[in-house]
Design a protein around this ligand. Sequence first.
Ligand code: FDA
Length: 297
Amino acid sequence: MFKIINIIIIYLIPIVPKSIIKIFANNYVAGTSIKESLQIVNKLNNQNLSVTLDILGEHTKSKSECFEITNNYKEILKEINNNNLDCNISIKPSHIGTDINSNLFKNNLQSILDQAIKYDNFVRIDMENSKLTDTSISAYKSLKNNNIGIVFQAYLYRTEDDINKLDVKSNIRLCKGIYNESPQIAIKDPYKININYLKLLKNALSNNIYVGIATHDKKLIKQSLAIIDEMKVDKNKFEFQMLYGVPMQSVINDLLNKNYKVRIYVPFGINWYDYSIRRIKENPNISRYVIKNFFLK
Ligand code: FDA
């Protein structure tokens, strides 16, 4: 019964006006401007949390927009430096050019990376759907230095091989994977995804690869910590990463008390609506509040 109510709620969410969604979006999205996002970064830094900033958006269709987004990322890197913030950036390849051509993407990424090198900062290439996996890995490998990293998804069968082919001193974020991929290429059983996640984590750490352990799955975090303990991995060889707004405070406090590094992925920008709808749908409690606010006002 509860499941059916949740499904109905998910269908009702798109008819809720943007003004109501915006109230809840504020939990997941750090405003629409660079200035607003940096205020949130500052607030999180004051709680001993590191941050990675992401400009919301994907599949940009015009060259000029790709350049504009590239310039915004460069501006962010400058502002992070000017304000002495503990923050790097995360970029979706399709946001800066892959839908137009892979050279445009690589050139834009190179230009952002140059700025990151100038300010001794770091660029993470987010991983999108499997059509972009090769392009993303190839760009990462061609640009690779200490200032750039990439993401791998534990649900893809290919990931084990991809991680095994990385150089030592690579820097990866390991996540479960969010896109709806075919069973030919992706593990579908959540339990098996977790088993693969832990195997990949072990492989990466034993190859001296820096890992951002990106999950809100409390059991998986515990199991990752057990691996880290067992392998006696140095604290500067990994960090934990979570999405802004996902209620993980007690886990975060626990990790910080044990002196582990925790980084919050903070998205912001004018394309806040679609992202917020996804987050709200993932959280049945918030979905129920949104619907109640709309129909009972
Ligand atoms: P799982 O889905 O099992 O969730 C564990 C618990 O957390 C559940 O109780 C769930 O309800 C709660 N939870 C999870 N997400 C929530 C949310 N948004 N709101 C409220 N509760 C939530 N994927 C990808 O394909 N490419 C990428 O580049 C990235 N990047 C990335 C960065 C960071 C920092 C994180 C944390 C995640 C990603 N992801 C990603 C997304 C990732 O692949 C995965 O889909 C989500 O993190 C959900 O999986 P969990 O590991 O959290 O476990």
